[in-house]
Design a protein around this ligand. Structure first.
Ligand code: ADP
Length: 480
């Protein structure tokens, strides 16, 4: 099984593909050139040979006519020339007279016989016939022997000269060339294979180095940055990897910070309780009033601890996947009225005026519990971090896509350098003030998470000493 796996891995690898590519590029043109060149060589050689023989045959026909070969007693001169042609081209020459009778055959087989073939008849009609038979490897020619009457200019065909020559020598030449080409090609193939294997291994090396470096980073050995700059691609991958690693480190740091913050926050009320309990215990004959006062303080610390734990639980729930959202169609106007009604007593206590302004009826697909928590946190903050006789304006508006919620207050405002931190868990601009009024530093983190889970957005504008505006935008229809 692992053998197959390894084979598949190899076939799927970049190395293998490069090897195949190099071999194709290196070998295919060679084969094509060899086949193409050899083919055209044979054709070209046959055509040259044909035209050579044709011109020789034509010269002979002229001599045959001028020496009046068919009627002459001594034909030895012409016969010698016919023999010569036959020898030079390793072929057979035949002269056929007007009665289709073979009067001369350099092979001396058919002399005296009658030949009536298609070529002969065509040739008697004045045509020059050339034919190549690649199967039996010979060229055949039939050339008419014609005499032109000087006075009347009328042509008369006296006979036909037929030549057939073997093309074995051409074939032998072609085969010799093919063999040579094959040897060269084999040498090329082996060098290409050798070269492609070496080059592919070299080309793929940076990727192996990269995976090894990642492994080292994973195990904690070696450097904690990936840097392989051989190719633009590897450099880009390294950059992306390093930035991802950076993000993971930030996440890890923030997780550690969160844990230490949580422990610290949870410990603070416990320490207070311990101090209160110890001091009352160490007092002899402490009056009941003091006991009551201390117990009330301890009760307050318990409340604080409970609030921190509750906030933490909400936050943890928000951190889970968005699949946990319990979406339903909610009347936002009614929801806001309910929230404001619940917060009215706190506002009254702080002497803060609470006003709701709705521009239109709005209903949206949201998780009612989470959105309520988010909005409550914003309005509660606007009341908590306000001044005496201050105000909080809550405005609701919508278009066809989103609803917009604005929570504006006349409070203490947020310093500019704190604006980017207020959504962090446990971040408080003024720790002691926030503690005094019961803040945990988790409220805005919860709000932001809830808004983002609904694919919404939250923005803050603030001027210190003047007030703060939180703008929230949430889609009317939930997009999963
Ligand atoms: P807390 O529980 O302390 O209110 P939050 O996460 O709700 O924590 O807010 C973080 C910090 O942002 C607060 O401690 C406070 O300093 C600041 N803040 C939030 N809302 C307002 C506001 N409306 N006006 C001024 N400061 C604000």
């Amino acid at each position: 099984m692992t053998k197959f796996r390894r084979l598949f891995d190899f076939i799927g690898s970049l190395k293998f593909r490069l090897i195949v590519l190099f071999i194709l590029i290196g070998v295919l043109p060679g084969i094509l050139i060899r086949v193409g060149v050899l083919n055209s060589y044979e054709k070209r050689a046959v055509s040259i040979r044909t035209s050579e023989i044709l011109s020789q045959a034509k010269i002979l026909t002229n001599r045959i006519v001028s020496s009046d070969y068919f009627n002459a007693d001594d034909t030895s001169l012409i016969d010698a020339q016919l023999e010569q042609l036959s020898n030079i081209y390793d072929g057979r020459v035949m002269i056929i007279d007007g009665t289709f009778c073979v009067v001369k055959d350099t092979y001396r087989i058919d002399e005296g016989k009658t030949i009536i073939s298609e070529e002969v008849i065509k040739s008697f009609n004045g045509e020059e016939i050339t034919k190549y038979d690649p199967e039996y490897r010979y060229i055949e020619l039939a050339v008419p022997i014609t005499r032109t009457d000087k006075e009347t200019e009328i042509k008369q065909t006296l006979g036909v000269i037929m030549v057939s020559v073997s093309t074995d020598s051409i074939r032998l030449n072609a085969e010799y060339l093919a063999r040579n080409a094959m040897v060269i090609e084999m040498i090329c193939v082996f060098s290409v294979i050798f070269f492609s294997v070496i080059v592919s291994i070299q080309l793929v090396k940076p990727f192996h180095r990269m995976s090894k470096s990642i492994e080292e980073i994973q195990t904690g050995y070696g450097e904690d940055e990936l840097s392989i700059n051989t190719y633009t691609e590897t450099r880009q991958i390294c950059e992306k990897f390093n930035s991802m690693l950076g993000r993971m480190k930030v996440l890890d740091d923030s997780r550690q910070e969160f844990v230490s913050n949580v422990s610290h926050e949870l410990k603070t009320p416990l320490t207070s309780m311990k101090v209160l309990a110890d001091s009352i215990n160490s007092m002899e004959d402490a009056p009941v009033e003091l006991y009551k006062e201390f117990m009330a303080d301890i009760g307050n610390e318990v409340d604080r601890e409970t609030k921190i734990i509750n906030d933490l639980l909400s936050l943890v729930k928000m951190d889970k996947a968005a699949a946990d959202l319990n979406i339903s169609n909610v009347n936002i106007n009614e929801l806001l009225e309910q929230i404001l009604k619940r917060l009215k007593p706190i506002a009254d206590k702080q002497k803060v005026e609470l006003v709701l302004e709705s521009f239109r009826p709005v209903s949206a697909d949201v998780d009612e519990v989470k959105i309520t928590l988010a909005i409550t946190n914003l309005i509660e903050n606007a009341i908590k971090y306000n001044k005496e006789d201050g105000w909080v304006h809550v405005t609701l508006n919508a278009d066809h896509q989103y609803f917009y919620l604005k929570v504006e207050d006349s409070g203490i405002g947020i310093p500019e350098d704190s604006l980017e931190h207020i959504y962090e868990r446990f971040y408080r601009v003024d720790k002691s003030h926030s503690r005094e009024i019961g803040g945990t530093g988790l409220g805005l983190a919860i709000t932001r998470n809830a808004v983002l889970m609904h694919r919404g957005a939250i923005k803050v504008f603030s001027t210190e000493g003047e007030g703060t505006i939180f703008n929230v935008r949430i889609p009317l229809n939930y997009i999963a």
